[in-house]
Design a protein. Structure first.
Length: 235
């Protein structure tokens, strides 16, 4: 396949061998690629130095990334400004996290809230993982006992991004008894194993959380992000 302007929109290429194909400028929307061999796909013109990728889905993105300064600027902006906020947003919790989001905006961040309300699924976990890889740092609200344990346990080992946990220190009324709020059982193990998990910040009121934003959340997360970048560049 050497025609770089082929129209493959809607094509069924399942099981095909595309190894070494020239795919510069092809139209390839909604292509079926189950069990398709996609090694060494050429994304440059025949007259240019050859650049190859191994997945048709990312070929156009890689080409734009290499040839469009604006795209690189957008990606650099996203990865330096996005803050992912994970939690289970009951009405009480959502009011607090909305206030946190607004305060992050004032500090020139791009907050992304992800409500982990539904049971964990593969699609949900993959979505959270994608967002996590784009984030400068991640804030995890652990106040609700069912807040994101599966997602957090899945993301932390594979996403080297600062994780800043939050936990309300207000006692929890359970079956008529006052119970101290705690992190879910395995979270302390995750903190011991992965140094990008920061100490949990405990607070009483929303005003305390917002007043402590720079010192207790943004500062430690940014410091850890810089440390991780230094380790990555020196490895």
């Amino acid at each position: 396949m050497r025609n770089p302007w082929a129209i493959l929109t809607g094509a069924n290429l399942s099981g095909a061998n595309l190894t070494g194909c020239f795919i510069y400028a092809i139209a390839a929307w909604d292509v079926r690629l189950e069990n398709t061999l996609q090694s060494n796909l050429v994304i440059t013109r025949l007259s240019q130095n050859t650049i190859t990728v191994d997945h048709m889905e990312v070929a156009q993105f890689i080409y734009l990334l290499l040839n469009n300064q604006k795209i690189r600027h957008v990606i650099d902006t996203i990865t330096s400004k996005v803050v992912l906020i994970l939690g289970r947003f009951t009405p009480e919790r959502k009011a607090i996290l909305d206030a946190l989001r607004d305060e992050l905006r004032k500090n020139n961040y791009l907050p992304v809230l992800f409500d982990v309300e539904k049971p964990a699924s593969r699609d949900l976990t993959e979505t959270v993982s994608t967002l996590a890889h784009l984030a400068r740092f991640i804030i995890v609200d652990l106040t609700d006992p069912s807040s994101a344990p599966h997602e957090v346990a899945t993301i932390i080992p594979h996403t080297i991004v600062p994780i800043q946990p939050l936990l309300s220190s207000k006692p929890l009324l359970l079956d008529g008894e006052t119970v101290e709020r705690r992190e879910f059982a395995m979270f302390e193990d995750l903190r011991r194993r992965y140094h990008w998990v920061l100490p949990t910040f405990r607070y009483q009121e929303t005003a305390e959380l917002l007043a402590s934003l720079h010192v207790q959340i943004i500062g430690p997360a940014e410091q850890k992000a810089k440390e991780l970048m230094h380790l990555s560049s020196s490895s």
